[in-house]
Structure formats: C-alpha cells, structure tokens
Design a protein around this ligand. Structure first.
Ligand SMILES: Cc1cn([C@H]2C[C@H](O)[C@@H](COP(=O)(O)OP(=O)(O)O[C@H]3O[C@@H](C)[C@H](O)[C@@H](O)[C@H]3O)O2)c(=O)[nH]c1=O
Length: 398
C-alpha cells in the first residue's frame, strides 16, 4: 500500500453503463485525470464498449484489453471471472454501486494490505449528501469496508470533476473569435450565423423542444441551434422535415437548426465553450456546462415518482440566486411545475424573460464557477480521502 504521495499506486474503476453516455463519460474522465495528473496506473473495467466509442472514437469494440490515453481499458464481460490477489489494485472504485464481480471482492479481502474501496455516487445538490459523504459500509461477511464518496457542490462533499488544465484551455479558446468560428464552421455554421445567439441542445426525448423551437422561430432574435445527431429526434425531424443526419440544416423564421455528429468528449467541451447558451442533461454534460462559464439549462435524468424534480429544485435553490426567469424556464423544461400549469406553458413569454435576464445569468455562471473552484476537484479530493484512510491503517499496524 502506498503512503507516500510520491508513490501513486494503482487503481481500478468498475463502470456499468446503465444507459446513455454519462456513466462511461464520468468514469473515463476520472480515469484519464487520475492517470495523467496523479500518475496512477488506472484500469477501467467497462461493460459496454459501444457506448464508450461514441464519446471516444479510439475504442476498439472487439478488444478484451486495450491501452487508451495511458489507461488500461478492460471489457467487463461477466460476473464470473476468477481473480487472484495480484489482480487487485491499491484502490478500487465502483461507480454507482455497480456490483463488482464476487471473485474480485474475495480477492480484495485476501490481499494484504487490503485495497481502499470506494463507491462513487451520483451528483445531487440535496442537503443529505454532506451527511453521507465518506460514510463507511462494512461488508456483511468479509473483512472489507466500502466508503461512499459523493460528488457535490459544497466543500463537505467530493466536489466536481475538473481537469487542472481545463480553465486555461477554455480561456484560450474563448479569447479567440477565429478559433471559435473555425470550430463551428466544421458543423456548417456560417459567418452570418456566428453573429446570432448560438445554442447547443442536449436533452432527453421528453423535453418540450418543439414548443421552444416555435417560440424561437417566431421571436425577433436570430438563433442558431446546434443539436447532436439523435438528440430530440422527433422535434428536430419535424423542424427539418424528415432530415436528421449530421450536416442537415434549415432556417425557419428566426431559428436555424444544424444537426451535428456526436463529437468526441474533448470537442463537446469546445461546443459548450463556443455557444452562448447550452442545454445539457444527466450529470457529466451538466458539470461541463458549469465549467464553460456560460448560461445553461439542465434537463435532469428522470427518476421514478418524480424524485428528480426534488433534485432539480435543490440545485436551482443553490444556483438560480436572483434569477427567477432561469428557475421558471428550468422547471417548465423539466415538467416540474404545478400540474395544472403544464398545458399552459407560454414558451414565448418564458423565453423572452429568460433572454432579458441573460446578462445577469451570465454573471451568475461566472460567480458559481468561482464558488465551485473553491471546493477543489473530485479526483484530488478522492485521493486525499484515500490517503487519509491509508494513514489510519498504517498507524494501526505500527
Ligand atoms: C452530446 C455529446 C455528449 N458527449 C458526452 C458528454 C458526457 O460525457 C456524456 C453525456 O453524459 P451525461 O451528460 O451525464 O448525460 P447522459 O444522459 O448521456 O448520461 C447519463 O446520465 C446519468 C445521470 C445517468 O446516471 C446515466 O445512466 C446516463 O443516462 O456524453 C460527447 O462526448 N459528445 C457529444 O456530442
């Protein structure tokens, strides 16, 4: 077991793709950062290489083991694997309680010293998170303890994932209009459209996109909306009269819609940096939009019994300080208003009051970003916690 911070050690991340791209998006980002910034030998176990390839085109679908950006990626095919003590790393992270193979857990218990075992949880702004962050959960039969590690928005949580070079890369990109124009030109954005309000759109299929498009279309601000392929497919096809492939574009009234290819993860950041407003969803794009320092609207991942509405409100309570139009638009976008209000949503009115508040919302984004920077980054906070556990174990042994 390493105790000296100059000896980084090894770490395994287990990632089960529940759906979409957020699970692997988060694990891949964390894996790369731990390897590149902290020198740790990382193995990423992932059960769905197809989804992985959408955000990282270098992935070879048929490979059982491959090296990508310094990370060993292993295809996690089943739960039946036989593992020995030598297969177990110093730190083991299971993402979202993903049920790591029983054989691996047995090998963890047999290893001396035992690995530090963390369950990396999902992001929520709710207050209970602080109380559960870093709580231990002893294994019912084996001499192992798993610790909960929660990302979050306060310094009593693990913070948010952020690479150390991210802010500088964003500043350089945003400081040069020619770089932004070149980046967007590859998606067919013209120089005239560069001067319009540029919006990226990433949401779940139930978002009221058609209603928003109609409001934009009949408004008096020229809007260029950039939508990755497959996102809001019905509304986009309706607008584009059946088209939906990357490269398709159409203008109606004040609104132009461009369909983009699904880009690799680093380019998705650039898209967020290049736009004036970003619609994001789930967890990872939601966090990236916060680091972009631009106004954003969040479409939260839906949960049973509308649990997600509670989570959305908890976030808005922290974030939408002094910007009521942001909270109103976000609640409508997520269908989280009082039931009798849903049918009557006036998207033109919602949009125009949001648009009028955009200068304030932009200032709030920058203030929020500074506040979040103060919480450190998730990868460093996680390693700090791991080292504190390792020191305790070492002291007990002396
Ligand atoms: C649109 C786009 C996204 N991406 C990346 C950014 C993110 O890493 C990833 C999208 O992940 P998310 O934003 O989290 O949204 P998501 O909806 O795809 O993912 C998830 O949401 C979680 C809350 C759930 O737990 C997951 O099960 C999953 O549904 O895809 C690209 O790389 N290129 C693109 O063109």
């Amino acid at each position: 077991m390493f105790l000296d911070k100059n000896q980084p050690g090894s770490l395994a991340i287990f990632c089960k793709v529940v759906d979409n791209y957020g699970d692997i998006g988060i694990c891949w980002r964390l894996a790369r950062q731990l390897q590149q910034e902290h020198g740790i030998a990382v193995t990423l176990w992932v059960d769905d290489l197809q989804s992985f390839r959408r955000i990282c085109p270098d992935v070879t679908i048929s490979a059982e083991v491959q090296q990508l950006a310094g990370v060993t990626v292993r295809h996690w095919c089943n739960q039946e694997g036989v593992f020995s003590v030598g297969d177990v790393d110093d730190i083991v992270i299971e993402f979202f309680a993903c049920d790591i193979p029983p054989g691996y857990i047995v090998a963890m218990a047999e290893r001396d010293p035992r690995p530090v075992w963390l369950n990396l949880e999902g992001l929520s702004a709710e207050e209970w998170v602080e109380g559960c962050h870093t709580l231990p959960s002893p294994h019912p039969r084996l001499p192992l303890t798993k610790y909960f590690f929660f990302p979050g928005f306060t310094n009593k949580t693990g913070g948010l994932l952020r690479e150390s070079s991210l802010d500088e890369a964003r500043r350089q990109f945003q400081a040069d209009p020619a770089i932004i124009a070149d980046f967007l030109a590859q998606f067919g954005v013209t120089s005239t459209e560069m001067a319009s309000l540029k919006v990226s759109l990433f949401c779940y299929p139930h978002a009221p996109v058609s209603a928003l498009f109609k409001a934009w279309q009949s408004g008096d601000t020229a809007i260029t909306c950039l939508v990755p392929e497959g996102v809001a497919a019905d509304a986009v096809q309706e607008f584009l009269e059946g088209e939906g492939k990357p490269g398709a574009a159409r203008t109606r009234g004040a609104l132009t819609v461009h369909v983009l290819p699904f880009v690799a993860q680093p380019d998705y950041d650039k898209l967020l940096w290049a736009c004036d407003l970003n619609f994001v969803r789930g967890e990872d794009s939601f966090v990236r939009a916060q680091w972009a320092g631009k106004p954003f609207i969040w479409h939260i991942y839906p949960q049973d019994e509308n649990l997600h509405h509670k989570k959305l409100r908890a976030f808005l309570q922290r974030y939408s300080v002094g910007t009521q139009s942001l909270a109103r638009l976000s609640l409508q976008w997520n269908g989280a208003t009082a039931e009798n209000m849903e049918e009557q949503a006036d998207w033109s009115a919602l949009w125009s009051s949001y648009q009028a508040d955009m200068p304030d919302i932009t200032r709030r984004s920058a203030e929020w970003q500074r506040q979040m920077l103060g919480n450190g980054d998730l990868a460093s906070n996680l390693l700090k916690f791991v080292r504190s556990l390792q020191s305790v174990v070492a002291e007990k042994k002396v």
